[in-house]
Design a protein. Structure first.
Length: 514
């Protein structure tokens, strides 16, 4: 790979999934992985194979399917993790094991309770084991942003000798400041004697809002892989956002002098897919993919753009996928057109029942809504096709809501195949609907977040609702879409209850320590 090429390593499916409530099903992860492949991401971190049987299956099915991107699994620096990662990647066209251990004094002393030399030995052992199972091994110095540079140089030299070909310096807690982080990366590359045998990578968290700035600063210091996520999703305040990194590199070639292989025109559709699947809406003023990112409000700006676009735009909206012809299908479109458009969006419905259910739902939607856009299709598939066991299903909802009167909701919900009815009043129609569903479910979960987003423009748009529920420390995000936002809300609530019910325990890479 040429010296000026930056490898884009996407960790939406692993670190992104560590956002509270952002867990995805295997089928959803596969859909995102296909979109990432189409975007021409170099490396897809598909998950943490040992975390749970579900994670293993997700990594495996992505490794079995994706051909053009390298597929990677995270593994702590322990034998069982590495073996499980290798097992999940066995059929990958190009697979990578990403192993890590903490290197900061605070983590080594309080979390690992190991001496620095023991940490080095454990890392070397893990890398050698991984190299015996997979030719492509990445090693990460967890909490690298707070690690001592002398120790980093020591462990990295040994890691490269043991066979790691990518060395990642994560700013795990988002503590770094751009010029200081760049200096750390520069010094490591200068001081590690065998640095020429590895590609240096960074993985920045956004606790101080500096993840993208730190990543770009590291690129100027010689890093040639950046780990990032779509929409900046990730643990706590998130990771560096892929779209911002990629567009900064593309737009400021003059300063940065490097390139990525990303097909930027697919950025917006991938962002929307991730948002719709995870239920994490994109803020309107988010760079690149926010609804206002290319909207000019002030008259002076509008006038300038009309006369000469570059007066107020540093990149074109088209270059990231805005204003692409998003009109997808209409009322008269048939099953073939429906299936073909889904395929073009990277959605493969091989199961006939799933295709029939999605098509029926499309026809229902087309009756209510004149024009069906790609975003509608994505929401529709998320809503209809799921590999979560649907223990509960909304059968009927009737809500009365009048000025000056308390809204009342009546619901029929199917639970384990048996229909149950309930009614409740609430402060608004959504509150009444949730209370009625809760009467049937009796889940005891607490509502942490409720959000509604219009999927497309116009008052006939579908509302996409996210409901975040918490119970016993477990958090799930349920989604639902419908042209009626009260129905969308009830569906989202029920979806969250189904997720809560079906969820298996999952290990967290940085908590369940070695
Ligand atoms: O933030 C971090 O340190 C990580 C590592 C596991 C790479 O996510
Ligand atoms: Zn991370």
């Amino acid at each position: 790979m040429s010296q000026d090429r930056v490898i884009i390593f996407d960790t939406t499916l692993r670190d992104g999934e560590q956002s509270p409530g952002a867990s995805m099903t295997r089928e959803e992860k596969l859909r995102i992985a296909k979109a990432l492949e189409k975007l021409r991401v170099d490396v897809i971190e598909a998950g943490f194979a040992i975390a749970s049987p579900g994670d293993f299956e997700a990594v495996k099915s992505i490794a079995d399917t994706i051909k053009d991107s390298t597929v990677c699994s995270l593994a702590r620096a322990v034998d069982a993790d590495i073996d499980r990662a290798a097992e999940a990647l066995v059929n990958a066209n190009s697979g990578r094991i990403h192993t890590f251990i903490a290197t900061s004094p605070i983590h080594m002393q309080h979390k690992l309770r190991l001496q620095p030399d023991q940490v080095i030995e454990q890392a070397v052992h893990a890398i050698k084991r991984a190299r015996n199972l997979c030719a492509d091994v990445e090693f990460s110095c967890e909490d690298g942003g707070r690690s001592e540079i002398d120790f980093l140089c020591r462990i990295i030299e040994r890691a490269i000798d043991a066979g790691a070909r990518t060395i990642n310096i994560p700013d795990t807690v988002g503590y770094a400041i751009p010029h200081q982080f760049a200096e750390t990366i520069r010094q490591i590359i200068e001081r590690v004697p065998n640095a020429d045998k590895a590609i240096f990578s960074v993985h920045c968290h956004n606790d101080l809002g500096l993840a993208v700035a730190n990543s770009l600063a590291a690129v100027t210091a010689g890093a040639r892989q950046v780990e990032c996520t779509i929409n900046g999703l990730g643990e706590r305040a998130g990771n560096a956002s892929l779209e911002e990194i990629v567009m900064a590199i593309k737009t400021r070639q003059d300063i940065l002098g490097v390139q990525t292989g990303i097909v930027t025109e697919h950025i917006l559709s991938t962002s929307r897919l991730v948002s719709s699947i995870t239920g994490f809406p994109v803020q309107p003023n988010k760079a690149i993919v926010g609804a206002n990112a290319f909207a000019h409000e002030s008259g002076i700006h509008q006038d300038g753009v009309l006369k000469h676009r570059e007066t107020y735009e540093i990149m074109s909206a088209q270059s990231v996928g805005w204003h692409a012809n998003r009109l997808s299908l209409g009322k008269l479109s048939g099953r073939n057109a429906f299936r073909t458009r889904l395929q073009e969006l990277g959605i493969e419905l091989t199961d006939q029942d799933e295709l029939n259910a999605a098509f029926a739902r499309f026809k229902e939607l087309a009756d209510k809504k004149h024009e069906i856009f790609d975003e509608d299709l994505q929401a529709l598939v998320s809503d209809t096709v799921t590999d979560v066991v649907e223990r509960m299903r909304l059968v009927f909802l009737d809500v009365t809501s009048r000025t000056g009167e308390t809204p009342v909701a009546k619901v029929t919900v199917e639970v384990d195949g048996v229909e149950q009815q309930a009614s409740a009043s609430g402060s608004g129609p959504v509150d009444a609907a949730f209370r009625a569903v809760e009467q049937v479910a009796n889940s005891g979960a607490t509502l942490q977040l409720y959000s509604v987003n219009a999927i497309t423009e116009g008052t006939d748009s579908q509302g996409e609702v996210t409901v975040r529920l918490e119970k016993g420390g477990r958090i799930v995000n349920g989604n639902g879409a419908d042209t009626d936002i009260v129905i969308a809300s009830a569906k989202a609530y029920i979806n969250a209850l189904n997720l809560m019910h079906s969820g298996a325990h999952k290990a967290h890479p940085q908590v369940e320590g070695i």
